[in-house]
Design a protein around this ligand. Sequence first.
Ligand code: TRH
Length: 383
Amino acid sequence: MRLSWDIFCTVIDNFGDIGVCWRLARQLAQERGEPVRLWVDDLAALGMLQTQLDINAATQMRDGVEIRHWTTPFPTVQPYQVVIEAFACNPPNELLTAMVATNPKPVWINLDYLSAETWVEGCHALGSRHPRLPLTHHFFFPGFTAATGGLLREANLLSERDTFQTQGTVRTSWLAKLGLSAAEQTRPLVSLFCYDNPALPGLLHHWASGAPLCLLVTHGKASRQVEAWLGEPFLPGNRLQRSQLTLFALPFLSQPDYDRLLWACDFNFIRGEDSFVRAQWAARPMAWHIYPQEEEAHLPKLDAFLVRYLESLPDAQRSTLTAFWHSWNQYDTIDTVAHWQVLWSQRDELATHSQRWCKALAQQASLMQQLADFATAKFDPSG
Ligand code: TRH
């Protein structure tokens, strides 16, 4: 069935909310060829991901998606057949009123945050009646198991990654465009995307005093921390050397180029939600800096993922990765380096594991496909 989609996104902070929404919107438009309107309250944040965006335009088409600035009061529009509110952002009342008046009624879905916790399976796809209006909204949870909504994955993502990773010249020329010399490309490459992390200086110091390594530092919080450690300007395009450690300051990359960065590196530090998923599709070892929440509510979420992710590994590697992820997320300035050393000595086994994990995840239908199947099943053409 052909559908049309309204996606609502408020930008809380960082790039994760809009990163997920923009990726989903593009995939729906490009792979299903269906009308998609993306309503976002902060066009500047989307402008970081889509550099051609006119951040002053109320309406514009980009990559097959109609991008609308979500303003108050909300304009009069006819709702599309599926209304997705990302991360419980509350669609405007004017739209809800229009949904009530629309026949057949749109399918209303709350796309939630990603979590590996087991309760997610019990809540995925449940409906909840609006307290006043004759509308039901459905909770849709991304996840890692068949009882969840799966993960965003474009149809050609893994074949493009394979070409990049196996045909040496594709990777080589992409890294050369980034500014890496042929010699630098042969060194272990590590990408860094993280929140403020007091454990980072110790790692930088360790890398500088160890074997050659190239650190590709993403623009923003990561590059600012590296700059503070270096004690000199570290601006996009800069390359600085500290003993054996080469540090590259990256510009903010497009989402497709950020994927290539993950595919190119031997190890990826990632954070939040979207880069965390993309690192799993990169099939390379990774360390996740989970989005910190009050009262450490994020730590059980971290462990829930570790349990699933490491289930098939022997005890030794399981405890290696767990120890490093814990120390990285608990800002342990003493043990992080020691745990890294053990982890790095097991990087080949961890690389094999990342590939196995990625293959297993790819058996699931993508989040977009599952959303489309769900919306089709819920849409009642008779009203
Ligand atoms: O930016 P984040 O920290 O987003 C977070 C999380 O999503 C968190 O769960 C949420 O509650 C909070 O936002 C509000 O990390 P995340 O999720 O990885 O999103 C980053 C996006 O930015 C992702 O789509 C990848 C993209 N990106 C680029 O396109 N280019 C880049 O150079 C970099 C570093 C990232």
